[in-house]
Design a protein. Structure first.
Length: 132
């Protein structure tokens, strides 16, 4: 629950930020998306290698599976929210501020970074799901 409030606070900070700070947020959200993909990949690897993990040492493997899955799934959800959903919110806030004329240049750069990163993220997700 606390993470949800932290996420909502982050969205409100993105909405109230000036254009220069939004450029920083756009780059920060790209890092969060990369971390979400990393955690999701690690969770996938744990799920697909459960038999190998348990064959070495059962109790240690069981603890690794329980805590590994919990940490990686939780991390991927949190970083997905902080990356993808916050990037979509940044696109909306930057578009609104460009229209109203506040920091047009910086908001245009932040909007361009955010849109390009979302296009790359969606394209990479499509390619990844076609490969798997």
């Amino acid at each position: 629950m606390r993470e949800l409030f932290r996420f909502l606070h982050h969205i409100s900070k993105v909405g109230s930020a000036d254009g220069g700070k939004r450029i920083w947020y756009a780059i920060l959200h790209i890092v969060a998306v990369a971390l979400a993909v990393l955690f999701a990949f690690l969770a996938y690897k744990i799920f697909t290698n459960i038999d190998q993990i348990l064959s070495r040492t059962f109790f240690v493997g069981l603890l690794l599976i329980i805590f590994g899955i919990a940490i990686t799934v939780f991390g991927s959800v949190i970083f997905f929210l902080q990356g993808v959903v916050a990037q979509i919110a940044l696109i909306i806030f930057s578009s609104i501020d460009i229209k109203h004329g506040n920091d047009r240049g910086a908001n245009s750069v932040a909007l361009t970074i955010a849109v390009l990163s979302m296009v790359v993220f969606i394209g990479a997700a499509i390619v990844l799901f076609m490969i798997l």
